[in-house]
Ligand binder design. Structure first.
Ligand code: KG4
Ligand code: ZN
Length: 356
């Protein structure tokens, strides 16, 4: 059995977890999150400077808490892990330096984890998860990607957004509607009372230079502009804004686009398993629509457990356990952090000469 302490500080959630694995089964021993959302909500989005300072304040308490709850001691650890890319550099540094300090003091391996590999690994925290190869729809505040996952940490990006990420679109449209940050949960709540068919918003498509469209790619900026125009039009007529209907119509079209293109991609690639992860994967309309449409297409859907869709340290721990069990490599203590790094190059985080 291996026990790992994992830390997540890439954006606005400070998180720590203790995970273990036995015979390939991952156990979550303790999981703590300190959300900074309320503090950032005042500014309508994440303020990087505030985020780093709060991570610094929160992390020692979270670490103390996971050890207290699991009744484990720091000497029980086999390794320590932290998200090192992508994310806000200042925030990433707090988790990474904390993890490296523990690794060096207790002479245990350090695993720098790619945040997207963390999101993908959230599926392994569910009871009935598929085995690679499978297709992943990763939808979060910073990413909208279709990734083919093969055995041995092999990733191939088959689709992506050319502008805003799906979560970013939720956040921006929520702001247009005067709703709070983060936009996803706020829109989901108000959309429950709305008519999803009242407004016909566009399903952004990305043109290929030689003609035709990228079938598995996404574009959400036109959708956001279309919602903005609709709001302007209704406001100029001094009408009461039907924000429930706008929210429901917006949420519906985002869900339709994500479901249609993911299923098409899965079928074209001959993949009969489709996995849904990331903050937007917590969206109830999206989860329901995905399950309904997939049943007609004979694609099996695996949904990340709701509590592990948005940022958390349990998924980072799951990713680290899979790295630990699949190879003898771990990260150099010289590995720093990077605001961006492609998932396809996640293996390089375990090189003797680290890439950053
Ligand atoms: O994965 P995540 O916590 O952080 C990133 O790595 O980006 O995702 C956060 C994003 C935000 O944009 C938030 O509005 C969105 O996920 N989100 C949702 C829901 N819950 C969170 N979007 C739609 N419906 C939700 N229920
Ligand atoms: Zn995330």
């Amino acid at each position: 059995m291996s026990i790992i302490l994992s830390l997540e500080t890439s954006c606005d959630e400070s998180a720590a977890a203790l995970v273990s694995d036995e015979k390939g089964k991952i156990d979550l021993l303790a999981n703590e999150i300190a959300s900074q959302i309320d503090e950032h909500a005042r500014w309508g989005g994440v303020v990087p400077e505030i985020a780093s300072r709060r991570h610094l304040e929160n992390l020692p308490f979270l670490i103390e808490e996971v050890f207290a709850k699991s009744k484990l001691k720091i000497n029980d650890l086999d390794a320590v892990a932290a998200t090192v890319t992508p994310g806000l550099s200042g925030s990433l540094l707090v988790g990474s330096i904390t993890a490296r300090t523990i690794a060096s003091l207790y002479q245990i391996p350090f695993f720098g984890i790619h945040h997207l590999e963390g999101h993908l690994s959230s599926i392994y925290l569910s009871k009935n998860h598929p085995k690679p190869p499978f297709l992943v729809l990763l939808v979060s505040g910073g990413h909208t990607e279709l990734i083919k996952v093969d055995e041995g940490h092999n990733y191939q990006r088959l689709g992506r957004s050319h502008d805003d990420a799906a979560g970013e679109a939720f956040d921006k449209v929520a702001r247009l509607l005067g709703l709070s940050y983060p936009g996803g949960p706020a829109i989901q709540e108000i959309a429950k009372k709305g008519d999803p068919n009242r407004f016909l918003f566009p399903k952004g498509r990305v043109k290929k230079p030689g003609g035709g469209f990228y079938q598995y790619d996404f574009s959400f900026s036109g959708l956001k502009t279309s919602v903005f125009r609709q709001i302007e039009k209704l406001s100029s007529k001094n009408k009461n804004l039907p924000i429930e209907d706008i929210a429901a119509s917006f949420e519906n079209v985002v869900a339709e686009v994500l479901v249609e293109r993911s299923l098409l991609c899965a079928q074209d690639q001959g993949l009969n398993s489709l996995v849904l992860v990331g903050g937007v994967a917590a969206n109830e309309r999206l989860r329901k629509m995905m399950l309904e449409k997939a049943s007609k297409n004979s694609v099996k859907i695996a949904l990340a457990p709701m509590e592990f869709c948005t940022d958390n340290a349990a998924m980072i721990g799951a990713a680290a356990l899979l790295r630990l069990s699949s190879s003898s490599k771990y990260s150099s203590m010289e590995l720093g952090v990077s605001a961006r790094w492609p998932l396809e190059k996640a293996d390089s985080l375990y090189d003797l000469n680290p890439p950053f």
